[in-house]
Design a protein around this ligand. Sequence first.
Ligand SMILES: C[C@@]1(CC(=O)O)c2cc3[nH]c(cc4nc(cc5[nH]c(cc(n2)[C@H]1CCC(=O)O)[C@@](C)(CC(=O)O)[C@@H]5CCC(=O)O)C(CC(=O)O)=C4CCC(=O)O)c(CCC(=O)O)c3CC(=O)O
Ligand SMILES: NC(=O)C1=CN([C@@H]2O[C@H](COP(=O)(O)OP(=O)(O)OC[C@H]3O[C@@H](n4cnc5c(N)ncnc54)[C@H](O)[C@@H]3O)[C@@H](O)[C@H]2O)C=CC1
Length: 218
Amino acid sequence: MSTVTAIDYPVSLRLEGRRVLLVGGGTVAEGRALALLDAGARLHVISPTLTDTLQRLATAGRLEWESRTYRPGDTRGHALVLSATDDAEVNQHLVAEARASGLWVNTADEPELCDFTLPSVERRGPITLAISTGGHAPALARHLRRELGDHIASHHVWLARLSGWLRRHLPRGPQRQLLLKRLVDGDLGALLARGERGAVFTRLRSELKTWKSSGEPT
Ligand SMILES: C[C@@]1(CC(=O)O)c2cc3[nH]c(cc4nc(cc5[nH]c(cc(n2)[C@H]1CCC(=O)O)[C@@](C)(CC(=O)O)[C@@H]5CCC(=O)O)C(CC(=O)O)=C4CCC(=O)O)c(CCC(=O)O)c3CC(=O)O
Ligand SMILES: NC(=O)C1=CN([C@@H]2O[C@H](COP(=O)(O)OP(=O)(O)OC[C@H]3O[C@@H](n4cnc5c(N)ncnc54)[C@H](O)[C@@H]3O)[C@@H](O)[C@H]2O)C=CC1
């Protein structure tokens, strides 16, 4: 067991259409595979065995499965590499190979060998809550994720979708910024928190009319 001293730098990766290698097909690999598929990755799994769920995904063509053990050279052609075998030596080889080719790699069994670690993730619509303890306390990350996840209410999800729509349809600038901030913690945000979506719509509709009449595209 190793010690982790540096603080991890959080990012949200866009993996849609990218080829990701996952070595291992057990319970831990299954969790990673489901999250990677949710993110739209083109998933390549190398493992002599698969869990039932992974097996079903392979049969359905949702992932590419090679039923064999890892071989040097397997990382070629991938954007990201994750190792989740129960063999520490295999995981170490995979990390060394990935790093030698400049690829980012995560191994489930050794925080110190990871180029990135996986946070505990809670999703509500477009909102992602991710908790990291930098490898110190994964069980605590999970506990906090569940506890804090309860604070993301349905009006937050609604607000995120509405904000996304407004950002796509209104031109950038101070007027849009002000409106989007008011939706979160201004007068409109207060209405939303009370569940008064109808009132917010009415107010928005009349405000957007002013935008139109002042020559702004909607
Ligand atoms: C470094 C990291 C590398 C990585 O995997 O990226 C790592 C490493 C290790 N985890 C181990 C054990 C456990 N991991 C969990 C749970 C999760 N582990 C996750 C992430 C991470 N785990 C990364 C750091 C994240 C951070 O701390 O910020 C979560 C958050 C996300 C995910 O996996 O997707 C997911 C919760 C998902 C959810 O929300 O439900 C539980 C709790 C449980 O299962 O209930 C236990 C048992 C309790 C314990 O041991 O603490 C072991 C020892 C294995 C052994 O003893 O054999 C190692 C290896 C080591 O530390 O040496
Ligand atoms: N990061 C985390 O959150 C956690 C990590 N772990 C660690 O993750 C690792 C995997 O755990 P589990 O999924 O529970 O193990 P598991 O025993 O269920 O699965 C291991 C998988 O690796 C495959 N495998 C073994 N050798 C291989 C090789 N040479 N090439 C390709 N595939 C190979 C096996 O066929 C099997 O599918 C362990 O090292 C464990 O300590 C465990 C719990 C949590």
